[in-house]
Each structure stands twice: as structure tokens, then as C-alpha cells.
Design a binder for this molecule. Structure first.
Ligand SMILES: *Cc1c(COP(=O)(O)O)cnc(C)c1O
Length: 423
């Protein structure tokens, strides 16, 4: 074990980790492409692209060069009262990608991007003189981040936050309108409580951290129609789905179901550093655009539009523009389908599903996650199952051989899980 790991381990507080039970974190010394290189020289094939951020693979030369050049000129400057090209340029590019949402607010993480979206919706009503619109409507199975406001719109039983329920703002949480009964339930909540609802928030097509659960575009159309019927703004949280992961660059805009506010983050900088953007429609922006100073949006992160992060994001958009990422995602989808197919109907497997560059194996029962993780590690792959879900979200640049190793490892490990009930 490296010296720094031993010295720091007594002081580092790890994410979602029970320190009394967890094995030590693995020391990483470098990353390259779709590989994670450990201190002892082992190389792991990365199945999850660092929580779906590293869409072009690690250390992409173009992103590295852009960040280095920006670093030499100006790593950071405050955004209050000052402007810089990386930030203004990125805002214009994002707006060009989603012309219906041309007003862009930057922050530093997905959770904060969601908080900003919620504040936009809340203050829009306040600025219009409607003071009773103080609640949100969100959906079972949803995940929108770890800060208090974002937690309040997550699934209330969500494993990561259930504990905090009593401390959170009470919101309306309903089932996604997948069929007539849940559609009626959504309409009913809006009919009864619509006048206190400031906004509706949903992850389009994929509920990610809530269990990698997919739904049909028709569900989004129903939610859009319900929001319109009650004049409530609709927020799409595309923090997970944005930037090609599902096969759509952004889900809502490509399906023709436009939200009023959209949040993107995870893959925005190609996995280089934290940055989020909250995009708003002209109607939302207009509610703030008045000759009263106090109607301004009351938010401003210290590191807002950090130039290094914006430079990375601009370079990432250049890479998307210059590569056939749709073909890459389609190839990954096909590889995931064939690679994971042997698990369909297998004992211990509840479901196998693929959407874009997302492959999911849902296990029956509650597996011993630590044991599963050890099995994956022993096979030289970095796969992190959570709850009963084993998933792969590799970089779009992964080579077919590495991808086959990932799916092969998942098939191996899950077969053992089903056969021997070892885990
Ligand atoms: C990860 C995630 C967030 C939170 O982003 P952070 O950068 O971790 O704060 C919010 N919404 C969705 C859909 C996410 O996947």
C-alpha cells in the first residue's frame, strides 16, 4: 500500500461508505482510455466511466490540451461582474444545441444544478406574485442529488436518503404515468394540489441512481401534457442521460418533448472536473427580467463557470462534433445486448435491459454487494453493483475487446450468483 494511502486513510471520509465495514479504497495512480491503473501495477477495465462522466475515455488528449492552455492563461476568476470566453462560449454552444432553452446558469455539480432549477421554478412564481407555489411534484424511483433540496424530490424510500425524510421539505411524489391508473393518479394530484406546485421534475427515459429503470417516451409526453394542463413548469434532470448516454444527445429535445428547465452535468466536461448547467426557456427567464433588482435569480456559486471546467466542456463538445458518437453508442448497445444475452432468464436474474450505452442486469434478491465487487475485481474489471443492479456504462471510446471482457465478467459473476447463491 502506498504511504499516502496509509497516512490519509484515517482522515478521509469516503462517499456512501460504512468505514467500520468497508474494505480500503483501491489506490489509483493513473487513468488512460477505458483503463484504471492501480498502485500495484494492476489495470482495471472501467465499466462505469467514473459515474458516467468520462464519456470520451480518460485523459482525452484534446481535453487535456484545452485545459492545459486555459490553466496557463487563467485557471479561475470570479463570475460576478466579470466575463470570460470559455464560459460565454460554452453558454452559447449549449443554447445552440437546445434552442428552446437559451438561458444558461452554471454551477459546480449536478445536485447544485438541480437546486438552481428548483429555485428558478420557485422564484418564477414569486416574481409573478403567486406566493402559494412552494412544492414540487416528483416521481417514485427518481434520484436528483444529495443536497437537501434535491433529496426532497428523490424517491422517499431511496436507499441513500430515506433516513432524512423528516428533515426534508414535503413534496408530492407519485408513480411515473406508465399506464392508465398512474396517469389518473398524476392528474388527480395535480387537480387537487396543482395550485401549490411550483414545478415537476423527472429524469427522462432512465431513472439512474434509483435503479437504472427505463421508461417509454410516451411517459414523458404524458407528464408534459399534465404540466401544460396545469401551467406548471417541467424540469428535466438530464444529469445522467445528457451527452449521448441513451443514444440521444439530450433526451427531451431529441424526442421533441421540451422541458422548461433542463439540468446537465455528469459528462458535461467529459469527466474532467465538476460543472453543471441549468438551461431555461425564454418564459422562465422573462419572469426574472424586470426593472426590480429583487426579481433577479438569487444564486451565485463561488466557482461559477470555472474557466478550466468550461474549457474542458468546450473541448468535449468539439469531440462530440468531430466524432460519430451515435455509431459508437449503437455499437456499444449491440455489444451489451449480445454480451449480456446469456443472462436472460437465468436463475437469480430478474431482468436484462439495454438502452444506448447502458447495460443493466437486475438480480433477484439482495446480493452481497461487497462479495460481488470482489468477484469483479478478481476478473480485472471495475464494476460497481448497487442494490440489486449490476450495470455497465462504459466510455463511448471503449474498444470491442475490452467491452467483451466487461460483459464476459458480468455473465461469469452473475451466473455464479444464480447457481451457487454464493453472494
Ligand atoms: C448524479 C446525479 C445527480 C447529482 O449530481 P452530483 O454531481 O453528484 O451532485 C443529480 N441527478 C441525476 C439524475 C444524477 O445522476
Amino acid at each position: 500500500m502506498p504511504d499516502w494511502l496509509i497516512r490519509g486513510a484515517a482522515h478521509i471520509w469516503r462517499p456512501y461508505t460504512q468505514h467500520a465495514l468497508a474494505e480500503p479504497a483501491l489506490p489509483v495512480v493513473a487513468t488512460e482510455g477505458c483503463r484504471i491503473i492501480l498502485a500495484d501495477g494492476r489495470e482495471l477495465i472501467d465499466g462505469i466511466a467514473s459515474w458516467w462522466t468520462a464519456c470520451h475515455g480518460y485523459n482525452h488528449p484534446q481535453i487535456r490540451a484545452a485545459v492545459s492552455a486555459q490553466l496557463a492563461r487563467m485557471p479561475h476568476v470570479m463570475f460576478g461582474g466579470l466575463a470570460h470566453e470559455p464560459g460565454y462560449g460554452l453558454a452559447a454552444r449549449l443554447a445552440a444545441l437546445v434552442p428552446a432553452l437559451p438561458h444558461v446558469f452554471f454551477s459546480d455539480s449536478g445536485s447544485v444544478g438541480v437546486e438552481v432549477a428548483m429555485k428558478m421554478a420557485l422564484q418564477m412564481w414569486l416574481n409573478r406574485g403567486e406566493t402559494g407555489r412552494v412544492k414540487f411534484l416528483s416521481f417514485l424511483g427518481g434520484y436528483h442529488g444529495d443536497t437537501l433540496g434535491a433529496m426532497s424530490v428523490c424517491d422517499p424510500e431511496e436507499g441513500m436518503h430515506g433516513l432524512f425524510g423528516p428533515a426534508l421539505a414535503a413534496q408530492h411524489v407519485v408513480a411515473l404515468p406508465r399506464e392508465a391508473a398512474s396517469e389518473a393518479a398524476l392528474d388527480d394530484v395535480l387537480a387537487r394540489h396543482g395550485r401549490e406546485i411550483a414545478g415537476i421534475i423527472v429524469e427522462p427515459l432512465v431513472q439512474g441512481a434509483g435503479g437504472m429503470v427505463f421508461h417509454e417516451p410516451a411517459v414523458l409526453r404524458r407528464i408534459r401534457a399534465a404540466a401544460d394542463a396545469h401551467g406548471v413548469p417541467l424540469i428535466f434532470d438530464e444529469v445522467f442521460t445528457g451527452f449521448g448516454r441513451t443514444g440521444h444527445f439530450f433526451v427531451g429535445p431529441e424526442l421533441g418533448v421540451l422541458p422548461d428547465i433542463m439540468v446537465v452535468s455528469k459528462a458535461l466536461t467529459g469527466g474532467t472536473m465538476g460543472l453543471a448547467a441549468t438551461l431555461a426557456s425564454p418564459a422562465i427567464f422573462a419572469a426574472f427580467h424586470q426593472d426590480r433588482a429583487e426579481a433577479a435569480l438569487m444564486h451565485g456559486p463561488t466557482f461559477m463557470a470555472n474557466p478550466l471546467a468550461c474549457a474542458a466542456a468546450n473541448a468535449s463538445l468539439d469531440i462530440f462534433a468531430a466524432t460519430d458518437w451515435r455509431a459508437a453508442v449503437a455499437r456499444i448497445a449491440a455489444g451489451l445486448r449480445t454480451g449480456l444475452a446469456p443472462l436472460g432468464g437465468h436463475e437469480g436474474v430478474r431482468d436484462v435491459r439495454v438502452l444506448g450505452a447502458i447495460g443493466v442486469v437486475e438480480l433477484a434478491g439482495r446480493p452481497d454487494l461487497a462479495a460481488l465487487k470482489r468477484e469483479f475485481l478478481a476478473r480485472g474489471v471495475w464494476v460497481r453493483p448497487f442494490r440489486s443492479v449490476v450495470y455497465l456504462t462504459p466510455a463511448f471510446t471503449i474498444d470491442p475487446e475490452s467491452q467483451a471482457k466487461l460483459t464476459g465478467a458480468v455473465v461469469d459473476v452473475v451466473r455464479d450468483y444464480g447457481k451457487k447463491r454464493l453472494f
